[in-house]
Write a protein that binds this ligand. Structure first.
Ligand code: NDP
Length: 293
């Protein structure tokens, strides 16, 4: 068996094309959706993510603002930036790029963001709305994965989904979305993590496997069931001296080995990551619409 490649670029472009009409409609009313990103410190991966988000805004004709601050910024100054963005009418939504350098308090920042501008979908109000199955601003990566499955008509209803990883930004919200009593959900969900016993056995039960671990090629071919759908969220930098930048990106799944056994598989790069950005644009446009009802 040979897997069908899930093309994140195609699906992300499809989402962005659908947004164009909504953006035009807002602009006709004199409203330009705006996204601000706050980047603290000099983590190269965070800087790359922030640049891609600004570029995506530019391509869609959204207003965008990047606020850059050194790692030593006092908490109070960061909270003042959050307060300004909460009250800036040009900004429909914003995010503070994670991880924040120590000793900054990330939870305090998340709690201070107005839920209606929380385009990451990390504020407890939005997390709670998601859990009770009432649409609010959904977290971008898990929502993007639902959109990928929808596009390829992979219905999780009644199927065994195993999620490896229980972070607040991927694993937990992914489980919450897939267990809902609604379309593109109704799955039987297992969440595995570093304390899971017999992980390989648990993973082999999956009709749909979602890997969000942060360990290169952790999921090997012997761990997946023949015909499983494999969604790889991992983005890991591994050294590659043949490349000018000195590294390449690989996922949490051993792609080459699993390709022959899976029915569908996402590549890294070119899979889930592109959806995360597309869904951030989606949330920014939705936030602008909601604030201008
Ligand atoms: P976290 O580090 O927050 O969580 C990793 C999870 O993996 C934890 O729940 C951890 O278990 C689990 N884990 C770690 N080692 C093992 C192991 N040996 N066996 C089983 N479970 C294990 O990571 P994130 O959720 O933030 O991100 C995961 C990956 O996804 C990263 O590579 C990240 O870069 C990528 N990512 C990609 C995005 C995209 O848009 N493509 C967006 C967000 C993240 P425990 O809880 O027990 O410690």
């Amino acid at each position: 068996m040979c897997a069908q490649l899930i093309d994140g670029k195609e699906v992300a472009n499809n989402i962005k094309n659908q947004l164009r009409g909504r953006i035009e409609a807002l602009k006709k009313r004199g409203i330009t959706p705006g996204l601000a990103t706050v980047l603290v410190g000099d983590d190269p991966a965070s800087a790359t993510y922030v640049r891609s988000k600004a570029k995506a805004c530019e391509k869609l004709g959204l207003y965008s603002e990047v606020v850059k601050k050194p790692a030593g910024i006092p908490q109070l100054e960061l909270m003042a930036i959050v307060d300004r963005l909460n009250n800036d009418p040009k900004i429909s939504g914003f995010l503070v790029q994670s991880p924040l350098p120590a000793p900054l308090d990330e939870l305090a920042v998340t709690l201070a963001i107005k839920p209606e501008k929380d385009v990451d979908g990390f504020h407890p109000v939005n997390v709670g709305m998601m859990l009770i199955g009432t649409p609010g601003l959904l977290p971008c990566t898990p929502h993007g994965i639902i959109k990928l499955m929808e596009y390829y008509q992979i219905d999780p209803s009644g199927r065994e989904v195993v999620i490896v990883g229980r972070s607040n930004i991927v694993g937990k919200p992914m489980a919450a979305l897939l267990m809902q009593k609604q379309k593109m959900a109704n799955a039987t969900v297992t969440v595995a993590h570093s304390r899971t016993r017999n992980l390989a056995e648990v993973v082999r039960r999956a009709d749909i496997l979602i890997a969000a671990i942060g360990r290169p090629k952790f999921i090997t071919a012997d761990m997946i069931k023949e015909g499983a759908v494999v969604i790889d969220v991992g983005v890991n930098r591994v050294e590659d001296t043949n490349l000018e930048k000195g590294y390449r990106l690989v996922g949490d799944v051993d792609f080459d080995a699993c390709f022959d056994k899976a029915s569908y598989i996402t590549p890294v790069p070119g899979g889930v990551g592109l959806m995360t950005i597309a869904m951030l644009m989606y949330n920014t446009v939705s936030a602008a619409e909601n604030q201008n009802k």
